[in-house]
Design a protein around this ligand. Structure first.
Ligand SMILES: Cc1cc2nc3c(=O)[nH]c(=O)nc-3n(C[C@H](O)[C@H](O)[C@H](O)COP(=O)(O)OP(=O)(O)OC[C@H]3O[C@@H](n4cnc5c(N)ncnc54)[C@H](O)[C@@H]3O)c2cc1C
Ligand code: FES
Length: 526
């Protein structure tokens, strides 16, 4: 499939064709409109359609074309931020509910796949957290105790992970975790949504979202969807201006995947402890007809950095491959290299529930914290209940309006970092002379007191946009790997021609023609 969230291709995209849908051609009235067809949006739509609600899903790209096609799809309750940290901010009961909800999400994916007969290669595996960097056995012991207090009493400290070719040293073993093929799963969800009367439209960009009875979504093409409930599952909310975006930050993360002989590396989930950390899993390889091949794909991720704040994107793949080869001597050639975006909330847990502020009919799911497969599933479970006017025992933990005073230091650190990005207004552009731009390259160029995002396409034509992000006006940076303009402040991204790829921006970069800005912002992906 073709993804609209970047230039690179993941192993999932190249092994699945997702169903295609038509764009919207008229105004609509519905009970529920879900914006975003990733795992959060489709799980929510699936559960509400099952419950008998009239559901419409819109997405401005293809099904799963956002981060759900760029994931590595570890299904785990071994949370990236550690239970001892979660406990500090959310208390022992909060940590217990976090563990319970992530374990339930794994079970829910398994039961949906089984009930709906979705062949998404769901496999139960063990997860191992091993040492790397300056962490010690004491850190593992601390996490072990916190995981036990959170109710994960079957987590154990073991001497090493089960590799004969590499002694990892001590590790925590998390039983009953899982892996799956995320796009095959989403494909199955769309089938079930349609069966239950849901309607799905792709190539439909929500450009304005307004609360009300009913709430209204206006698309770039000018159609209006009126809905009693609007559920914004756009990975990072495109309906919110500041509240949520000051409580979370966007990071880029990188993945390489290469062949290993079948059986050479035990199936499992593996993570080390530094920040950023490495994450590892395997995936069966198959040919186009779905026949399993005699090798598997070793999928390794890491090298994270704040979105729009690194220029060495290509070198990150090189370092990741080197790290992998040093530990996995059986690795043959690398077949895939891709990157994607994760959203880190300052207090480690997703924001799922009613949009903060006065809105009564707008719901959001965001803040994946690197565990978006489970957080997206948890979003579906919670929102299904709340939209139907019921309570849910996890709703308070994930409430988007929550403020954790103990997370103030992280909140200040991330927001000071945002303010620091304003320096870009006072620096020279990345390039003095547009003539130096090669085909397929982009750069920010200073023009008078302004900054222009200039891209030369493969045919040599120059395309120019304002480099000012329409969200809160930071200066975007060129991402050489994904051929996008990335905003260093809250992670908005735009394709090479300025159309918006990721929120929080809801419109594109203003196009510049003959040295002047066009009045209307660039249209979206439609
Ligand atoms: C490299 C990588 C590895 C990861 N590994 C893991 C992992 O191992 N385990 C795990 O649990 N999580 C992992 N994650 C995180 C996880 O993949 C994501 O959190 C999850 O896929 C996000 O799902 P989502 O539904 O919230 O968003 P998305 O999948 O991004 O879906 C959002 C959708 O909204 C659409 N959209 C956006 N704006 C608009 C608009 N204005 N109008 C219409 N549509 C719009 C987009 O086109 C997109 O399809 C990883 C992420 C990355 C990038
Ligand atoms: S994403 Fe907020 S200013 Fe660009």
């Amino acid at each position: 499939m073709h993804s609209d969230s970047g230039h690179t291709t993941s192993v999932w995209m190249s092994t699945t064709e997702v169903p295609q849908f038509q764009p919207l051609t008229q105004d609509l009235r519905t009970n529920v409109c879900v914006v975003g067809a990733g795992i959060a949006g489709l799980t929510t739509a699936y559960l509400l359609a099952r419950a008998g609600r009239a559901v419409v899903v819109i997405d401005d790209g293809p099904i799963g074309g956002g981060e759900s096609s760029r994931t590595t799809a570890h299904l785990t309750a071994a949370l990236d931020d550690r239970y001892y940290n979660i406990e500090k901010l959310h208390g022992e009961e909060g940590a217990r509910l976090a563990a319970e909800s992530h374990m339930s999400a794994i079970h829910r994916v398994e039961s949906i796949a089984s009930m709906e007969d979705i062949d998404c290669e769901f496999e139960r595996v063990e997860g191992f957290l091993f040492l790397g960097g300056k962490e010690t056995r004491k850190d593992l012991e601390r996490e072990l105790e916190a995981a036990h207090r959170a109710g994960l009493t079957d987590v154990q400290l073991v001497d090493r992970i089960p590799f004969s070719f590499w002694d990892s040293g001590p590790a925590l073993r998390f039983p009953r975790q899982a892996t799956f093929h995320p796009l095959k799963y989403l494909k199955g969800l769309t089938r079930a949504i349609l069966r239950d009367g849901g309607r799905i439209y792709t190539g439909v960009h929500a450009e304005k979202i307004v609360d009300g009875e009913p709430g209204k979504i206006t698309t770039t093409a000018g159609h209006v969807i009126s809905a009693d409930n609007i559920i914004v599952c756009t990975n990072t909310p495109v309906n919110d201006w500041l509240i949520i975006h000051s409580k979370q930050a966007a990071y880029r993360t990188y993945v390489v995947a290469g062949r290993v002989p079948k059986g050479a590396v035990p199936h499992g989930l593996y993570w080390d402890t530094p920040d950023p950390y490495h994450y590892i899993r395997l995936q069966a390889a198959e040919d186009k007809s779905g026949r399993e091949l005699d090798y598997e794909m070793l999928i390794v991720g890491g090298e994270d950095h704040k979105t729009g704040q690194a220029v060495d994107t290509e070198e990150r793949f090189v370092r990741l491959e080197q790290w992998t080869r040093e530990r996995f001597p059986m690795l043959e050639r690398i077949e895939y290299r891709w990157s994607g975006q994760v959203i880190e909330p300052v207090d480690y847990l997703a924001y799922i529930g009613k949009n903060p502020g006065a809105d009564q009919h707008i719901w959001i799911a965001t803040g994946d914290s690197g565990n978006g497969m489970t957080h997206g599933t948890i979003a579906g479970i919670i929102l299904n209940e709340l939209v139907q006017g019921r309570r849910h025992q996890w709703a308070r933990l994930y409430d988007p309006s929550r403020v954790k005073l103990k997370a103030t230091a992280e909140y200040v650190r991330e927001n000071v970092n945002v303010i620091e990005q304003l320096k870009d207004y006072f620096t020279k552009g990345e390039l003095d002379d547009i003539a130096a731009l090669g085909p397929g390259q982009g750069a920010v160029v200073g023009r008078g007191r302004g900054k222009i995002a200039v891209y030369r396409d493969e045919s040599g034509n120059i395309h120019q946009c304002s480099a000012v992000c329409p969200h809160l006006y930071c200066i975007v940076h060129w991402n050489e790997t994904e051929k996008t303009w990335d905003c260093p402040c809250h992670g908005s991204r735009f394709d090479a021609y300025g159309s918006v790829v990721n929120g929080p921006a809801i419109v594109g970069l203003s196009r510049v023609s003959r040295g002047r800005k066009e009045q209307k912002p660039a249209a979206s992906k439609q």
